[in-house]
Design a protein around this ligand. Structure first.
Ligand SMILES: *Cc1c(COP(=O)(O)O)cnc(C)c1O
Ligand SMILES: [Zn+2]
Length: 479
């Protein structure tokens, strides 16, 4: 079979379902939030249950065959086409290399230090170096179908960002080109230099506002309510849908058997955790995986509204946004997560199907987060601070007796460590402002060592300098 023949024929109808008032709207209309009540949506395939009639094995074999194909339209999130957006045509699909990220087992040394089998899923190996590309590939493919079907002359996409959303949106907009244009709003000084350079390099219009992300988000929403723009924040349900591919990939990596696996996910705006829960639930409902993995969300004590909600007793839980404090897990530094209503419904469904240990949230400290990252990377990983947060979450959940020594932890390294180098630098230089509450430990600090001063170099001829400096190196290394 040539790979072209593998593009599926199945087409369905999709709907937006409001998580607050249960209103439904056709996915053929561009909706950001519920026109009736302003709530957030999840997207559903109206014929989803029908897919289950094929049996799990049919889908496992199909997805595995597509994973071996070289068809760009089936190489990323749409190798799970039927679970993703079976209303799109081949020509709508944009793939920039996302959704092929590896799961890297930790070395036995790190495992014995931690006392647990663990692996990182390196979502920083997506093209803009974070998991946001999964959702963006879905949102842009959908936008392309809208342009084709509705003949839009121009679409202006807007997003507020803690850094990675804008990097991703700008990259996809730059690739797709006319009639889609991208504007990004960033909280000034609250994204890393690398994250700022990304949308600039992609040619997007970059606008900076004072304050934290939560306020930027309100400005963007005001724009969406009053002008014709497509919002690409994670309130956009197409993004959540694309991010479900993270769960599908984990299942595929482990040959569709997730028993004994615990998946750790950092929670910021709570889009990713929603997608992960929704993705595993879909696989389970179709019989593609026989058992749900356990999922543990992780939050910093400086931005922990979801943790606070789930740590209350079951019958008296109240949701309260929090005022955030400075966090090295900056991409998750959000006090009022827009996807919280999604989390709430999905967690109820998850606990119902997976049992009462199948989902929980732990809280970790800033010091533990940064040291989680530094420790992982000392053993060859490429974890960002949010990946470090997951390792901290694993240690925390172990200390609370929430994981069994026989289980394997899969930690979400949501971005590439290079995006968050300034936090490593601050740690090495003992340069954190007091609000972080981080004090470096010598064991994690690493700095360049000067071998020779400029002054000494200038006193010598080149030949002598080569011999002398080599001699210094021999002394230092004890060669
Ligand atoms: C966006 C982001 C998060 C937080 O994900 P949410 O979906 O907002 O919870 C975590 N890590 C990185 C690197 C991110 O870019
Ligand atoms: Zn509604």
């Amino acid at each position: 079979m040539s790979s072209k023949d593998m593009f599926p024929e199945y087409r369905s109808e999709m709907e937006y379902v409001c998580q607050d008032c249960s209103s439904r709207y056709s996915a053929m209309e561009l909706h950001y939030t519920c026109p009736s009540c302003g709530g957030v949506f999840l997207l559903v395939d109206k014929n989803f249950d029908w897919l289950g009639e094929n049996g799990g094995n049919y889908w496992r074999e199909m997805f595995d065959a597509r994973a071996a194909s070289k068809d760009p339209a089936l190489s990323g999130i749409f190798r799970f086409y039927e679970l993703m957006a079976p209303i799109l045509e081949r020509q709508d699909i944009v793939w920039l290399g996302e959704a092929q990220t590896p799961i890297i087992n930790s070395t036995s040394k790190l495992e014995s230090e931690v006392g647990q089998k663990l692996a990182f899923k390196n979502d920083g190996q997506n093209p803009s170096a974070s998991f946001k590309d999964r959702g963006m590939a879905c949102a842009f493919s959908y936008l392309q179908s809208m342009v084709r079907l509705q003949g839009f002359e121009q679409i202006l996409t807007v997003c507020a960002s803690t850094g990675d959303t804008s990097a991703s949106a700008a990259m996809y907009a730059a690739y797709v080109g006319d009639p889609i244009k991208s504007v990004v709003l960033l909280p000034k000084g609250k994204v890393t230099p690398q994250q700022l350079s990304q949308p600039l390099g992609s040619g997007a219009t970059v606008l900076e506002l004072p304050g934290y992300f939560d306020e930027c988000m309100m400005v963007v929403e005001y724009l969406a309510d009053n002008y014709r723009v497509a919002l690409l924040n994670s309130k956009n349900s197409w993004r959540i849908l694309g991010q479900e591919s993270y769960a599908y990939e984990i299942a595929q990596w482990y040959d569709w058997d997730l028993s004994g696996k615990v998946v750790y996910v950092p929670i910021g705006n709570a889009g990713n955790i929603s997608a992960v829960l929704s993705g595993f639930l879909k696989l389970y409902r179709l019989g593609i995986i026989p058992a749900l993995p356990r999922v543990i969300g992780v939050q910093s004590h400086h931005a922990d509204p979801v943790y606070r909600f789930y740590s209350q007793p079951l019958d008296s839980r109240e949701y309260q946004p929090v005022d955030v404090k400075a966090s090295v897990a900056q991409a998750a530094m959000i006090g009022n997560p827009v996807s919280f209503p999604r989390v709430r419904t999905l967690v109820d469904q998850y606990l119902d199907k997976g049992g009462r240990d199948s989902f929980t949230v732990v809280q970790v400290e800033e010091q533990e987060i940064i040291e989680g990252m530094l420790r992982a990377n000392k053993y060859g990983h490429i974890a960002c601070t949010q990946g470090g947060e997951c390792l901290a979450g694993l240690l925390k959940s172990k200390s609370e007796g929430l994981v069994d020594p026989g289980e394997t932890a899969i930690l979400d390294a949501t971005a590439h460590t290079l995006k968050f180098q300034e936090f490593q630098e601050k740690y090495f230089d003992n340069d954190f402002p007091p609000e972080y509450g981080i004090k470096p430990k010598p064991a994690y600090v690493n700095r360049p060592e000067a071998v020779f001063s400029d002054e000494m170099r200038n006193r010598m001829e080149k030949e002598e300098y080569i011999v002398q400096s080599a001699g210094e190196i021999v002394k230092k290394l004890g060669l």
